[in-house]
Design a protein around this ligand. Structure first.
Ligand code: FHN
Length: 420
């Protein structure tokens, strides 16, 4: 994999992890919720009346906001509408199996009660609650796995963190000191005070050395051996690989990988971003990713009041409705044998091939090239009575006669049960 590919070399998977059973739950989960939430939700893309282009959580960087000014936002942060039960329930109803939330993004503000700094949600805001504690309890209660995003390299608030050259002199930074005395104690806090954590989602490795990345991986595994480390810990040392943001590889990859993605065009909330992807687009992206062996980590950016924007909620619920009917063709599956077709995707589990049809043929006759299967029963996954569809095996293809019109214009799933 080169830097030009869908996965940067630095964001890859350690080769031994590919067969590691610690990843089994993650390999089966397929779909997670990403949450970008922090002080940047207050300006929401607008600083001193000016629209700041780009993703919302980068506003401090893009507008070169001095630390002393940006810090003041904490005094206003009071997300009284935050309701951990509601967020976790939304993830559950969307069919998402894990939730990864920003504990500290590049702006350096900590969304948890850290003893290492006062620049955190409990000490510096009128809110005074630890949302990660509340989410951890709710995730336990509702059976959703919890992960923490943590920006290990970039920290625009810390004098020795990477990225802020408008307040601090880059040449004077003690990056290693920052890692040892700030990042590592915080990672320790995150892994010792919130119960079982399934993922530490490091991001933007940038200048981090292989030794430094390795020491973070070791720390995570020492504290919680089952906890996975995202590929963006850097230097090809993650438990699984991370695709570029919003990028879906063109073909099946022999890796454990994940695409982090937005529903509109920003991660952190932006008041003026209304560029929402359609439910159909999102469902198909999920299917496309799963058919190529990946996971989809789909983001929401809650407001400064703690509310997940309604367009995100609507889309996630639509995905959940589709998954309610078609989840068997997603969860626990593996990529199918037929790849590279425009009109359909395939996933498999022992004895079953799932055909995900995006474009239904005019006569309802599906021709799946390149496979020989002894089909014992073909039916629509959405059909509770599992009425048999006519299927025949030919030397170069399997033919299935379905209804004239697409039963589900987003993705109709046809199940082919076969003798192995
Ligand atoms: O810079 C971040 C960005 O703000 C966001 O968190 C995404 C999510 O994958 N990661 C980085 C850019 O790739």
């Amino acid at each position: 994999m080169t830097d030009q590919g869908p996965i940067r070399q630095s964001s890859g998977q350690r080769p031994e992890a590919r067969r590691d059973p610690r990843l089994n739950w993650w390999r089966d989960a397929k779909f997670g919720m990403f949450v970008h939430w922090g002080l940047y939700a207050i300006p929401a893309g607008v600083w001193k009346g000016e629209e700041i282009p780009g993703i919302g959580e980068w506003i401090m960087y893009r507008a070169r906001i001095p630390v002393r000014e940006y810090e003041q936002l904490a005094k206003q942060f009071n997300p009284v509408k935050f309701d951990a039960a509601e967020w976790v329930s939304l993830a559950r109803r969307a069919g998402q199996k894990y939730l990864v939330i920003t504990s500290k993004h590049h702006d350096g503000f900590c969304m948890f009660d850290s003893k290492v700094t006062d620049y955190d949600i409990v000490d510096a805001t009128p809110f005074g609650r630890d949302p990660l504690k509340e989410l951890a309890a709710e995730c336990q209660r509702q059976g959703i796995r919890l992960g923490f995003y943590y920006s290990q390299t970039q920290d625009w608030h810390h004098p020795d963190g990477d990225g802020n050259d408008w307040d601090y002199d880059e040449s004077k930074k003690d990056f290693d000191g920052y890692l040892e005395r700030y990042v590592k104690p915080q990672v320790r806090e995150l892994l010792t005070s919130y119960g079982p954590i399934s993922i530490i989602w490091f991001d933007t490795p940038k200048r981090i050395t292989p030794e430094q990345s390795q020491s973070l991986v070791d720390l995570v595994h020492e504290l919680q051996p089952a906890c996975l480390v995202s590929g963006r810990v850097g230097n090809h040392l993650g438990d699984y690989a991370s695709a570029r943001d919003n990028v879906i590889p063109a073909e099946l990859l022999d890796l454990d990988w994940e695409t982090p993605a937005t529903i509109n065009d920003t991660w952190g909330y932006k008041v003026n971003d209304h560029h929402w992807k359609s439910p159909r687009d999102l469902i198909r992206k999920l299917v496309d990713i799963v058919s190529k062996g990946g996971n989809y980590l789909l983001n929401v950016g809650p407001t400064a009041e703690g509310v997940i924007p309604a367009p995100s909620v609507d889309r996630l619920l639509a995905m959940g409705q589709w998954l309610e009917v078609n989840g068997d063709a997603i969860y626990g599956t593996r990529p199918g044998p037929v790849q590279g077709l425009q009109w359909c995707r395939t996933t498999v589990r022992p004895g079953k091939l799932y055909l995900h049809v995006f474009e239904w043929p005019i006569n309802g006759e599906l021709r799946i090239p390149g496979i020989r299967l002894n089909v014992s029963h073909a039916y629509l996954l959405s059909d509770p009575s599992r009425t048999s569809l006519r299927a025949s095996t030919h030397p170069d293809a399997v033919l299935v006669r379905g209804p004239q019109r697409a039963p589900d214009p987003d993705d109709t799933v046809v199940v082919l049960e076969y003798e192995e």
